[in-house]
Design a protein around this ligand. Sequence first.
Ligand code: ZN
Length: 166
Amino acid sequence: MAIAVIDAWSPNYNSRSGATIDCIVIHDTESDTAAAALSWFESPDSQVSAHYVIDRDGTIYRCVADELRAWHAGSSEFAGRTNVNDFSLGIELVGFATGPYTDAQIDVLVELCVDRCLTYPAITVARIVGHSDIATPPGRKTDPGPHFPWDAMRARVQAELDRRLA
Ligand SMILES: [Zn+2]
């Protein structure tokens, strides 16, 4: 991808078993720093990971390759299908569901989502969702929380896709 990323590989992944990547799940790390989230993902004991972590300054860390199944969604369902990890990319924003995100984080997230939508055309803007939207049972997760700018983010991603695909 054209976006600069720093590799911080996690051992916590397995095969997608042939599933097509067709959605993006947005999370927050519930940690103050990228280092805390990355060291958790790097630990085999945690049994959790995501494909990308976006720090407050916009730095992107890549923890699991897109083609592999990261462990971020847990018990989940989207559009009638369970095990959302099978067919999604997980993106974590450093921070808390209770606190605001930085402009740099959202700018980079938009860029990353555009890039991934172009790479995996089955991901449409309507299929960029929050962990709270897909976690089961409903209410199990609150991230990315009320400060996440859904309307603005989706509009920016769609506008950029329209521009690039014109
Ligand atoms: Zn989450």
